[in-house]
Design a protein around this ligand. Structure first.
Ligand SMILES: NC(=O)c1ccc[n+]([C@@H]2O[C@H](COP(=O)([O-])OP(=O)(O)OC[C@H]3O[C@@H](n4cnc5c(N)ncnc54)[C@H](OP(=O)(O)O)[C@@H]3O)[C@@H](O)[C@H]2O)c1
Length: 397
């Protein structure tokens, strides 16, 4: 942390921005139930009456529920935002779509040396924030951690867990195979449609970052070829999954020597049969094509309002399972990360635990834009395991 900042960040351990939204509301409930007694925390948003309603709802849920404060701030008002980030150690935010309203929050945290955690799965936003705010965050000591939800905690920490089961200092190849069942919220849907409409810009921004971001010396990090393949042990079919997760795993590999001298990672969705796999690729391609032009995009956005998401009943039957197949030095290991509802209860758990981990745990010294594996690694894995996300070695030969 920069000198002169040591006296800041004393009012709160964690401020949660976006608590009046669907996922932020679940994160508020999570922190109320699982935050330690005495946690100094607050809900932040632009409407005090709605914030009070969330505070009322969470007050009886658990030890941290009746000690939560509220702070009013609007992301369009830089001064009010800064006055919040100056008061807290960690700002956790689910206020999205991030590409539309997220940058002032990252800027305020980078500027005031405040640790930051979000649920962003929008790759263009993450790369732009690196280009715009990484240097400033390095100077102030702020840890800017994007993708602290289902994007990309179980993938990032699952790949790290798999690497840890394999020999060190030899080339490592890992393929991650994701299966999940569950609904999506209006906020996630809007963020996804906006991302689909910006495929070309996203690639250009990624290229700008690639040109400026230092490569690790004497080590190589690669993506596995993006093509349809059989699933692990010949079961099912796997299609390349163009989510942010693969990029996050590879960024962790660039940052941490433990991933070895030559690390390759591929990220896939696992489908039972070939017709389903091909149908999914065709359907996704059609949605991406429709999202390219404003009328098509508006039509897609109107199909689902923001502020709502899957019901309690739907979330109770939702699930995810990620299998990692790792190979290194003649060894092969299969690991698994699994849990319940990935996108909402899971994301709320992962964002809540990431915020608590950054605020309260003894972690390696990092700063600037960092991944979950790089900044919190095993400490965060132990937290989410204790909260019910399973990590296990399935086989090792
Ligand atoms: N990676 C993951 O696993 C994962 C999972 C779930 C969600 N997400 C992402 O999280 C984001 C939120 O999703 P959601 O479904 O919770 O969306 P949502 O229900 O629409 O919530 C958005 C939140 O942003 C707040 N907000 C909007 N404009 C603001 C402003 N100018 N100042 C302050 N706050 C403002 C809203 O406040 P008001 O109530 O005042 O409008 C609301 O609290 C999306 O980007 C989604 O993609 C990611």
């Amino acid at each position: 942390m920069m000198s002169g900042m040591a006296d800041r960040h004393t009012d709160f351990d964690v401020v949660l921005l976006g608590a009046t939204g669907f996922t932020g509301g679940l994160a508020a409930e999570y922190l109320a139930r699982h935050g330690p007694p005495g946690l100094r925390w607050a809900l932040a948003g632009r409407d005090s009456a709605r914030l009070d309603a969330v505070r009322e709802r969470v007050s009886a849920l658990g030890p941290a529920g009746d000690i939560v404060d509220t702070v009013v701030t609007d992301v369009t008002d830089g001064a009010s935002l800064r006055s919040v980030t100056e008061r807290t150690r960690v700002l956790a935010t689910s206020a999205g779509p991030y590409a539309r309203i997220g940058e002032p929050v990252v800027a305020a945290c980078a500027d005031t040396g405040t640790d930051y955690a979000d649920l962003c799965g929008e790759r263009e936003f993450v790369d732009l924030m690196w280009l715009h705010h990484h240097e400033r965050a390095l100077a102030t000591g702020a840890r800017i951690v994007h993708a602290c939800g289902f994007d990309s905690v179980p993938h990032d920490l699952g790949a790290l867990f798999t690497v840890q089961q394999l020999p060190a200092e030899v080339p490592v190849t890992i393929a991650g195979y994701v299966r999940a069942g569950g609904g999506i919220s209006g906020g996630t849907y809007h963020s996804a449609v906006r991302s689909f409409s910006r495929v070309r810009t996203t690639a250009k921004v990624a290229e700008r970052r690639r040109r400026s971001d230092a490569r690790p010396r004497g080590r190589c990090v690669r993506a596995l070829p993006d093509r349809l393949r059989r699933g692990p042990d010949g079961t099912g079919w796997a299609i390349p999954l163009p989510t942010i997760d693969g990029a996050v795993v590879r960024r962790s590999a660039r940052a941490l020597d433990r991933y070895g001298p030559d690390f390759a990672y591929g990220h896939f969705a696992l489908m039972k049969g070939l017709p389903v796999a091909v149908g999914t690729v065709v359907a996704l391609g059609a949605v991406v094509a429709v999202a390219q032009l404003p009328p098509g995009r508006d039509l897609l956005l109107r199909a689902r309002p923001v502020g709502r998401g899957p019901s309690d009943e739907q979330r109770a039957t939702s699930w995810f399972r990620i299998q990692f197949v790792g190979e290194a030095g003649g060894r092969r290991v299969v690991t698994e990360v699994r849990g319940g509802d990935p996108g909402y209860d899971g994301a709320a758990l992962m964002l809540g635990e990431s915020a608590l981990c950054l605020a309260l745990d003894d972690l390696p010294g990092t700063a600037g834009q960092v991944t979950t594996a790089q900044s919190m690694g095993d400490t965060l894995r132990e937290r989410i395991q204790a909260a019910g996300i399973g990590f296990r070695v399935v086989s090792s030969t």
